[in-house]
Design a protein around this ligand. Structure first.
Ligand SMILES: [Zn+2]
Length: 80
């Protein structure tokens, strides 16, 4: 495998000439993608917490012999 090759930017598709094999984005996109990545990783952190909350509720639901959906519907405040 050559270390350098011509490859398209993973974001804008612009051809990057002689790009390093691990380089996925062109110079214009790299800073933007880095900030996108930061936003995505923060979102993942949030969803991780959401996932653990779901797991907690699911355990509570199972303890009562109910399904997650039923438990949430039962305990969620009524809308309207
Ligand atoms: Zn690009």
């Amino acid at each position: 495998m050559p270390k350098y090759s011509d490859r398209p930017c993973a974001r804008c598709g612009k051809m990057m000439l002689h790009a390093y094999c691990s380089q996925r984005y062109c110079k214009a996109c790299a800073p933007l993608v880095r900030s996108d990545d930061a936003i995505i990783s923060r979102a993942k952190q949030r969803s991780k917490r959401a996932m653990s909350e779901i797991a907690r509720v699911e355990r509570a639901a199972r303890a009562e012999g109910k399904t997650y959906g039923y438990y949430v519907a039962l305990h969620e405040p009524q809308k309207g």
